[in-house]
Design a binder for this molecule. Structure first.
Ligand SMILES: Nc1ncnc2c1ncn2[C@@H]1O[C@H](COP(=O)(O)OP(=O)(O)OP(=O)(O)O)[C@@H](O)[C@H]1O
Ligand SMILES: [Mg+2]
Length: 340
C-alpha cells in the first residue's frame, strides 16, 4: 500500500478583489467580487514508504499548498488524500505522530528559548522516551555537530544553523514521513551540502519517506530518484530525476549587467548571439529584470566561456553572475515538449 495516496486533489482559494482606502474596504464587505485561485488543480500521485521525492515548480505552483494538505493544515476543496491510510485534516493529532515538517521560511522552534529547550518541549509533545531522545541527539551530533548551539537562543542562530536545528527537530519523534518545504532556501553551498547529507543519511538509516520542495535542481539531483514537476496546480511530469537532469543539468544562466541597457540593446544582443552561435545552439536571451539580463546556455551544445567571451567583447558588461537554470525555464521547456 502507498504511504501517501492522492487522487483528483484540488485546493481552490476564493480571494476578495480589494479596493483601496477605507471606503473601498467598506464596499468590499458587500461586493461579492471574488476571484478563484486554483492553487492545486486535480493532481494524482502515490508515494511509497522509503522514497525521497523532489516536488518542484516555480513560485506559486502549488507546492506548499499540497504539503499543507498532506500535513492536514489545509482541507482540500475536492479529491482524496490519505497518509498511512488516514485523512490528514480529519486526524491531525494522530497524524502529527507519524509526520515531521519543516517550512524553510519559518521555524517550528521557540524563538526566545535556547535550542535545547525547544527540543525538550517537542519531546514532551510527541511523547518521545528519554532513551530515544538521547539516541536522536547523539545521531545528530555525529551528523552535524550542533552541541555547541544548544544553549543558544533560537533567534540568534544563523539561517543555516537554524535550518539544521529545524531539520533535527522534525526527525525527533522518528516519523514515517518528513516534509521539507524549501529547506535550502537562501543557504550557501557548504550548508546546503550538509543538509543534503543529513537528509540522505536519515532516509538511508531510518527509512524515512521524504518529500522535498526546492528551487534548486541540484538538491533533487543529489537526493531524489524521483521528481514531480508542478506548475499552476497541475503535475507536468512525474518520473525519474535522471530524465530531467540529463536534459537540464547542462544548462547555466549568465546574469549580466550591461551599461545603458534597453529594449534596443536587448534585440541587438539577441541578433548578435544568433549570428555568432546560430539559432538552434541552446543560447537564449530573456528580457531584462531589474538591471539583470539573462542569457541561458545549454553547455552540451555551446561552451559557456565562448558565449561569455563574445558578449564581453561586444557589449559594455560591468557585472556577471553564473547561476543554475531556473525552475521557470525548466517548466517552460517541459511545456515545449522537452520531456516528451
Ligand atoms: N491561504 C491562501 N489564500 C489565498 N491564496 C493562497 C493561499 N495560499 C496560497 N495561495 C495561492 O495559491 C497559489 C499557490 O501557492 P503555494 O504557496 O502553494 O505555491 P508554491 O509552489 O509553494 O510557491 P513558492 O515556490 O513561491 O513557495 C499562489 O497563487 C498563492 O498566492
Ligand atoms: Mg512554497
Amino acid at each position: 500500500m502507498s504511504l501517501i495516496h492522492i487522487q483528483d486533489l484540488s485546493k481552490h482559494f476564493k480571494i476578495l478583489n480589494r479596493r483601496q482606502g477605507l471606503g473601498g474596504a467598506f464596499r468590499d464587505l458587500f461586493s461579492g467580487d471574488y476571484r478563484t485561485v486554483r492553487a492545486v488543480d486535480g493532481i494524482a500521485l502515490d508515494i511509497q514508504p522509503g522514497e525521497i521525492v523532489g516536488y518542484i515548480g516555480p513560485n506559486g505552483a502549488g507546492k506548499s499548498t499540497t504539503i499543507k494538505m498532506m500535513t492536514g493544515i489545509l482541507k482540500p476543496t475536492a479529491g482524496t488524500i490519505t497518509v498511512n491510510g488516514q485523512v490528514p485534516y480529519a486526524n491531525r493529532i494522530r497524524q502529527a505522530q507519524i509526520m515531521g515538517v519543516v517550512f524553510g521560511q519559518r521555524t517550528q522552534l521557540w524563538w526566545d528559548l535556547p535550542v535545547i529547550e525547544s527540543f525538550k518541549i517537542l519531546k514532551e509533545i510527541y511523547r518521545v522516551d528519554q532513551a530515544t531522545f538521547d539516541r536522536h541527539m547523539e545521531v545528530f551530533e555525529k551528523l552535524v555537530g550542533l552541541k555547541e548551539l544548544y544553549s543558544q537562543q533560537v533567534r540568534t542562530l544563523s539561517l543555516g544553523q537554524r535550518m539544521l536545528c529545524d531539520i533535527s527537530a522534525s526527525f525527533l519523534h522518528n516519523p514515517q514521513v518528513v516534509f521539507l518545504d524549501e529547506p535550502t532556501i537562501g543557504l550557501d553551498v557548504s550548508i546546503k551540502a550538509k543538509i543534503r547529507s543529513v537528509v540522505s543519511e536519515l532516509n538511508r538509516v531510518r527509512g524515512t519517506t521524504i518529500i522535498l520542495t526546492t528551487h534548486d535542481l541540484g538538491d533533487v539531483e543529489a537526493l531524489c530518484r524521483r521528481i514531480i514537476i508542478l506548475d499552476k496546480g497541475k503535475i507536468l511530469f512525474d518520473g525519474p530525476t535522471k530524465k530531467v537532469t540529463s536534459l537540464f543539468g547542462a544548462y547555466r544562466t549568465l546574469k549580466l549587467q550591461i551599461d545603458d541597457f534597453d529594449d534596443t540593446t536587448l534585440s541587438s544582443l539577441r541578433e548578435k548571439l544568433a549570428g555568432r552561435f546560430g539559432r538552434d545552439h541552446g543560447v537564449t536571451v530573456a528580457s531584462i529584470e531589474e538591471l539583470w539580463t539573462d542569457v541561458t546556455i545549454d553547455q552540451a551544445r555551446t561552451p559557456l566561456s565562448d558565449v561569455l567571451n563574445f558578449i564581453m567583447k561586444t557589449f559594455p558588461v560591468f557585472d556577471v553572475r553564473i547561476v543554475e537554470i531556473s525552475m521557470e525555464k525548466v517548466v517552460q521547456q517541459v511545456y515545449e515538449g522537452a520531456l516528451g
